[in-house]
Ligand binder design. Structure first.
Ligand SMILES: Cc1cc2nc3c(=O)[nH]c(=O)nc-3n(C[C@H](O)[C@H](O)[C@H](O)COP(=O)(O)OP(=O)(O)OC[C@H]3O[C@@H](n4cnc5c(N)ncnc54)[C@H](O)[C@@H]3O)c2cc1C
Length: 442
């Protein structure tokens, strides 16, 4: 078995700590690690922006070797895989068989176990729901309870979906899949002139997938935005088995970024980068077709902006705000950005609909993401932002919010109290803990 002390750092570069890492390659080794009487926490690809898969007092159990495909049943439209299978490997496999996963988040190298534990969303959570809506069953390991086979109507299943590893280690899962509609996705881009128009256009959009992008580095013109609307190209059907080389994905993470000891971004270069992106999108991407697999990772090439932040890192929180409050909330945040010295890069919006019973976002509304450079001014800005988050009761995406604290969590995570009571009843010893779960007192 492979165990060692390593230095962990969150994807956004905000927090690092040394702790024990284990990489079991058979079930007996999982039992052995669990016998150590230490706290534990599962770890997938380690791509969360916040410290969800490690803590200095916990042993992280990597699912790197839990990477087998167990069953594929095209008639029942079901696939069973181990939890460490990478999203991109599953998507590539399904593509060749003429199927796809309806919920695909924006990084190809994350693991299926983490997609359940974080109940992630894809390009259109408003119509397709969240990842756990497509999970039939899981097998969960807990050192005191053993191996539990859980159907999607069980209480522990609901606690695990969006439970961020606190119920135990997901060993494998059975997922619902859909027949592939086409090989290609077609995207159109519209420019809007005000935030109000942007929200309106997004809310009214009937496309299969829609999201927006706004440049926040030019505060005089931040009202201008882009609406991306994508739909399956259904004219020439379905050619899934075309010559297609497996998409490998890209692997930007903290370890690649730290090679750059300083940030290439300052107010001026962020402004130039965004200007270029705006021009590029409107000139070359106004109406374009792209392979459906690549379309899942729209920031594929442009995720290079993460690299430009260098070792210093960034802060990219995401919040769910009700449709009713969305305009006022966004206006208020943009106003305090304007009044502060924080370096804001962009804002992105998409519609959301989730039915969560754990810690992930739940209900209908708009998902709002902001991207900031990590500077001293960021902390001052956050002092002003946090009361607004609480006032508007905007729910945080825990995978992205490395700055969340107990007060914000207690007041904005919809099921915080319910989850806390349920997890303590399920596991009074609270074996599985991360830095973030400790920070928000769970
Ligand atoms: C560029 C980028 C784009 C992203 N886009 C999106 C997006 O569009 N939508 C979205 O929802 N998210 C998005 N994310 C967030 C990402 O989907 C989540 O952070 C995901 O959980 C990371 O997966 P991972 O395998 O790296 O898990 P880790 O970061 O290692 O772990 C995440 C959590 O899952 C738990 N976990 C991992 N494996 C298991 C297991 N087998 N059993 C139980 N618990 C487990 C961990 O304990 C931890 O709490 C994005 C992230 C990046 C970096």
């Amino acid at each position: 078995m492979y165990t060692k002390k390593i230095k962990y750092t969150t994807f956004d570069g905000s927090y690092s700590v040394e702790s024990i890492y284990s990489e079991p390659d058979r079930y007996a080794q999982i039992d052995l690690i669990s016998g150590s009487n230490k706290n534990l926490i599962p770890r997938g690809g380690g791509f969360s922006y916040s410290a969800l898969s490690f803590d200095k007092k916990s042993i992280s159990i990597s699912t790197k070797h839990l990477n087998r495909f167990l069953e594929f049943d095209p008639k029942r439209k079901i696939i069973k895989v181990e939890s460490g299978v990478k999203l991109i490997d599953l998507i590539n496999f399904l593509h060749k068989k003429g199927f796809y996963l309806p919920v695909i988040p924006g990084h190809p190298l994350i693991t299926i176990g983490a997609c359940i534990a974080a109940d992630v969303h894809g390009k259109n959570p408003f119509y397709d729901g969240t990842f756990c809506d497509w999970v039939n069953a899981i097998e969960l390991y807990h050192p005191i309870k053993g191996y539990l086979k859980l159907k999607n109507n069980s209480k522990i299943f609901s606690l695990t979906c969006g439970g961020f590893g606190m119920t135990g280690l997901i060993i494998n899962t059975s997922l619902k899949i859909k027949p592939l509609k086409s090989n290609f996705i077609e995207t159109n881009i519209k420019k809007t002139n005000t935030i109000y128009d942007l929200i309106n256009a997004l809310v009214k959009s009937k496309s299969d997938y829609s999201y927006t992008w706004s440049n926040l580095s030019n505060l005089k013109k931040h009202e201008t935005g882009l609406l991306f609307e994508s739909s399956w190209v259904l004219k020439k059907l379905p050619v899934h088995a075309t010559k297609f080389n497996d998409f490998k994905g890209y692997n930007f993470n903290y370890n690649t970024r730290k090679l750059l000891p300083f940030s290439l971004f300052n107010k001026f270069t962020i402004f130039l980068f965004n200007k270029f992106y705006f021009f590029y999108a409107l000139t070359f991407k106004r109406n374009f077709k792209i392979h459906h697999i690549k379309s899942n990772f729209p920031f594929g090439f442009f995720s290079i902006y993460h690299f430009f932040y260098g070792r210093q890192g960034f802060y990219e929180p995401q919040f769910l705000v009700s449709f009713q409050n969305s305009f006022l909330f966004i206006q208020t945040v943009l106003h305090i950005i304007k009044k502060s010295k924080v370096s804001a890069c962009f804002m992105s919006l998409k519609k959301f609909n989730g039915r969560q019973e754990s810690l992930s976002m739940t209900g209908k509304g708009i998902l709002v993401s902001f991207n900031f450079k990590r500077t001293k001014d960021l902390d001052l800005f956050l002092l002003k932002l946090k009361p607004i988050l609480i006032k508007f009761k905007v729910q945080p995406n825990l995978t992205k919010d490395s700055k969340i604290d107990y007060i914000q969590a207690k007041n904005t995570i919809k099921n915080y109290k319910k989850f806390k009571a349920a997890i303590n009843t399920y596991d009074s010893k609270r074996v599985f803990k991360s830095y973030l779960s400790n920070k928000i007192r769970l």
